[in-house]
Design a protein around this ligand. Structure first.
Ligand SMILES: C[S@@+](CC[C@H](N)C(=O)[O-])C[C@H]1O[C@@H](n2cnc3c(N)ncnc32)[C@H](O)[C@@H]1O
Length: 293
């Protein structure tokens, strides 16, 4: 049998680099409450507050088995915490690089039974897992999956009366208006369309909180890091290459000119800011219930 070639798309590259450069275990923005000073040293606290908020949405595992499915579980940091809190939890992550990290976390918890699916959620084997989960969790992963695919799967695998938690950002009506910073952030389902999809679905809306102002400070922090640390470092490396390898540098710059221009606009224009995020994205903490039969 031929071995499948491991690949990585640009969105996954962005996620991995973000996680590595910022030195964090989680890949979500974190909750920046008013009392939390906006500085790198507080990222882990902001992320923990967000994770605690998600766990508070779930039934108490002390009252009987609660089986959670962490869909798009990233490095498995939340999954590990769920297991530590006494939940029975499975994870799913299609990216092989992340799957390795998740498996390491699971290996650190030998007594815990947890499955890790390494496929896109769209390919989940629904028939084998009908009415299995008390909770389905999407922590900043919902945007990667077409709603037309995720909702019918959830309807089947979440138990009647079970909970679906979606914490993610969506595109606002301003997307595509050509304003400064428009297009500098990718991702997110269209918010209006999604609201319609929710109301057309069989799920009951338990709560929907717009938490954009608590999430967007993260962008200010990351933008400062990109502009004040990464950009000067990149310029120094570029200068070194131009001085020492002028011919190769010229050819590479020309060959990748479009990619470099896109990268510059997305990450090093200073437009990847809190203000841009608040105009083009709306971040929601949504709890849905699969109706009891
Ligand atoms: C921003 S990260 C969030 C990770 C984690 N849930 C957290 O909060 O730290 C998005 C995750 O979605 C995953 N993902 C991307 N496409 C997916 C798909 N089609 N099905 C399931 N997960 C997907 C990525 O591999 C990544 O782990």
């Amino acid at each position: 049998m031929s071995k499948q070639k491991e690949t990585m798309d640009s969105r996954e590259l962005g996620l991995v680099l973000g996680q590595q450069l910022l030195g964090v275990d989680d890949m979500h923005y974190g909750m920046w409450d008013d009392d939390l000073e906006l500085k790198f040293a507080n990222i882990a606290t902001a992320q923990q507050r967000y994770t605690d908020m998600l766990i508070a949405d779930m039934p108490d595992p002390g009252q009987g088995e609660v089986r959670v499915f962490d869909i798009g579980c990233g490095t498995g940091h939340i999954l590990g915490q769920l297991l530590d809190h006494g939940f029975k939890a499975d994870g799913l992550v299609p990216a092989p690089g992340f799957a390795k990290l998740v498996n390491q976390r699971l290996d650190e918890r030998p007594g815990k039974e947890a499955k890790l699916f390494t496929i896109p959620f769209e390919e989940f084997p629904v028939d084998e897992f009908e009415n299995t989960y008390d909770v389905a969790l999407f922590s900043e992963s919902f945007q990667y999956i077409p709603v037309e695919a995720s909702f019918p799967i959830l309807e089947k695998i979440v138990k009647p009366g079970g909970t679906i938690i979606i914490c993610d950002f969506f595109r606002t009506e301003h997307a595509g208006d050509g304003g400064a910073g428009d297009g500098s952030f990718g991702g997110g389902h269209d918010w209006k369309t999604f609201q319609q999809q929710m109301s057309d679905s069989p799920f009951e809306l338990v709560s929907d909180e717009d938490i954009t102002p608590k999430m967007s400070p993260n962008l200010e922090l990351v933008n400062n890091f990109l502009m004040n640390t990464l950009s000067p470092a990149g310029q120094t490396i570029g200068r070194y290459l131009r001085l020492n390898y002028p011919k190769t540098s010229k050819v590479v710059s020309w060959l990748f000119r479009k990619k470099f221009a896109r990268l510059k606009f997305k990450y090093f224009s200073g437009l990847r800011s809190k203000e841009t995020f608040e105009r083009y994205k709306t971040y929601h903490h949504i709890v849905l219930r699969n109706p009891a039969n």
